[in-house]
Ligand binder design. Sequence first.
Ligand SMILES: [Fe+2]
Length: 240
Amino acid sequence: MVNFSNLLQFLSLQSPLGSDSTNSTLNLAKMGITAYTLPALPYAYDALEPHISAQIMELHHSKHHQAYVTNLNKALEAHVTAVAQGDVAAQIALQQAIKFNGGGHINHSLFWKNLAPAGSDEASLDRASTLVKEIEKTWGSFDQFKAAFSAALLGIQGSGWGWLVREAGNGAGLRIVTTKDQDPVVGGDVPIFGVDMWEHAYYLQYLNGKAAYVENIWNVINWKTAEDRFAGRSEEKTEL
Ligand SMILES: [Fe+2]
């Protein structure tokens, strides 16, 4: 919740507000708003090799994800200012930046946690017995689900994500969805796991071999995290 008394006090001390974007985190703190920060990876950069290279993981996390966080904080700072100044046009102009960078932050935060080193206990399907039963009920077999999910990933045009979600509502069934660019899963659906299909997620290692990236990603899915999300045991935020 925006603390407007802090904001107005802050505005009175700044001229112009937020002209130095590197101070976004500090500025948001002065407004009484907690800035978003890059979460640490739950494993080392080389932990997903050979399926995802250390070089990709380091760039993806420390550069790409960091950029989403930095630009989200900048956009939020500008938005708070626009609200305080009653500038509706400026608020509207900021919506796309908030959506893109906020979605990028949410999606990558979920992605890191739904990956695990190949061969680890968490990467074993045995850790998702309840989820696998529901998958088999929905798609007939795990292999048929895997084929359908892989086809959905490879069918994404341009940049986007593929997700297994537990639908909102009474039925709460499983569904495969794709989202464009950095659009997150919204509307109450719960992301069970997602796969980043931006070229920055695979190109340095797989070049144009997108199908090989999709085939290998199955070796590093964190089924424990997937089971926890399916069972509603996860405390992760999936929306801003
Ligand atoms: Fe990414």
